[in-house]
Design a protein around this ligand. Structure first.
Ligand SMILES: [Fe+2]
Length: 447
């Protein structure tokens, strides 16, 4: 049995609470309603949201500082049973933490999970068994692990930005996310019990929940080295990962500054800059609400690999400049993994979603209100940025990734189109980088 789990921190709870409010305002924008009227109507329709903001006399809503900057805590658990498609949301309390431990042990195929389930408080246990759809015997809950499936040296593509790079001696995992319940998913695609034994270190690029997925991280040993961006003030744009991970019991969390290095057996990891995917690419970042991140150059005996995650360009710099710098230093990059989504700053619902909308200044939010999705200020690499980075570094190969959550063997149609266009453009420029196609669940041996 495999249960998918999310652990939400209070910044995500603010976003969830404000989501219908933001969506309603955007709909009114599409209808041409004046902004001040839309704010008034939304505040009336969702009175519970008023706690999060003040009405700004000229520019609409202003999120209160106490919500923009906080020491966010894990405070909600969501369990999803992909077989029955049932969901169960409960507070992350002292009592319910035992349930998290039981789910993790069960997902890892640990026989002790049965006694953990048995020892849950009576009411919690009976609710959990009913959620699992189990009448009496819990024995069937334990499934054996198959770690050999992921033990060969090479690159494994899991969901979205989650990839594992394995050498003969070690395995490193980037932005782990094994799960994502979608209505058409019959079973979980990637099982922690098969992957966890092959991992020696984890790298997290930034704090967005599709890259910093706490529910997946909980399946790893508490002393697993977890490399994270340097500790900066915790804000709605970038909740503090080290504090959140430490509060969950992780003991080997390493906030690493750019240009530092970390060794995992025969793999050397060089921490590089992360630019892009900010609230805005061209305007002043409101109150310093910056999305802090790292990229990692993974140096293996089979080559140096640079996954680019959600990066692009912002006011501080761009990944193309980082590539130029690497070229100037004479660095050899053998492989690049990159996303080709444009991630334009359009509306509350563009990539980055409501988090970005809430982190805007009141004036910036007003500025996009009547744009109806056409502002087009790209702050992710997109196809053009990927071409520019490849042009600088001339890697041996390129792999598309970071394009969302799909079934095994599937990718978004735009990935196929972009790969085609990328190949065409590289050929035109006489760049010999080989662009591989692969899908969710694929494995490639390192050339
Ligand atoms: Fe992101």
């Amino acid at each position: 049995m495999n249960i998918e789990m999310d652990l939400y921190n209070s910044s995500e709870i603010i976003i969830k609470a404000m989501r219908p409010f933001g969506r309603f305002i955007e709909e009114l924008g599409f209808l041409g309603t004046p902004y001040s009227t839309a704010i008034e109507m939304a505040a009336k329709k969702f009175p519970e949201c008023k706690t999060f903001f003040k009405i700004h006399p000229k520019n609409g809503i202003q999120i209160k500082n106490e919500y923009l900057f906080a020491d966010y805590k894990i405070n909600e658990i969501k369990l999803s049973n992909s077989k029955t498609r049932k969901e169960w949301i409960l507070p992350y309390s002292l009592k319910n933490k035992k349930l998290v431990d039981a789910v993790v042990a069960m997902n890892l195929g640990n026989p002790q999970s049965l006694s953990q389930i048995e020892s849950l408080p009576a009411e919690l246990k009976s609710k959990f068994l009913s959620f699992l759809n189990v009448e009496t015997s819990t024995k069937s809950l334990i499934e054996n692990a198959n770690p050999k499936k992921y033990s060969r040296p090479g690159i494994y593509r899991f969901q979205h930005a989650c990839c594992m790079i394995r050498t003969k001696k070690a395995g490193v995992l980037i932005d782990p996310t094994f799960q994502w319940v979608r209505p058409d998913f019959e079973t979980q695609l990637f099982k922690a019990r098969d992957i966890v034994p092959n991992v020696d270190a984890i790298m997290l690029t930034h704090a967005h929940c599709d890259h910093f997925h706490v529910g997946t991280l909980m399946h790893f040993p508490k002393d697993m080295p977890i490399l994270v961006p340097e500790k900066k003030p915790s804000s709605l744009a970038s909740p503090c990962m080290p504090s959140l991970l430490k509060s969950l019991g992780f003991t080997n969390v390493m906030p690493l500054p750019w240009n530092s290095e970390f060794k995992v057996k025969d793999i050397n990891i060089k921490v590089l800059s992360y630019y892009g995917e900010q609230v805005t690419a061209t305007e002043k970042i409101y109150k310093g609400l910056y999305n802090w991140g790292n990229t990692y150059l993974i140096q293996t005996p089979n080559g140096n690999i640079w996954p680019l995650a959600d990066t692009g360009q912002d006011l501080q710099g761009s990944m193309v400049q980082v590539a130029e710098q690497l070229k100037a230093e004479g660095a050899k990059i053998h492989g690049i993994l990159g996303g080709m989504r444009e991630c334009e700053m359009r509306s509350a619902w563009a990539v980055g979603g409501l988090r970005r909308w809430l982190c805007m200044s009141p004036k910036q939010r007003l500025g996009i209100y009547h744009k109806n999705g056409v502002q087009g200020e790209a702050n992710a690499l997109g196809l053009k940025g990927v071409i520019a980075v490849i042009d600088q570094l001339r890697p041996d190969w390129f792999l598309p990734y970071n394009h969302g959550f799909f079934k095994l063997g599937d990718v978004k149609p735009f990935e196929k189109t972009n790969v085609k266009n990328l190949k065409k453009e590289l050929k035109k420029r006489k760049i010999t980088t080989k662009v591989y196609t692969w899908t969710i669940g694929d494995y490639l041996s390192l050339p």
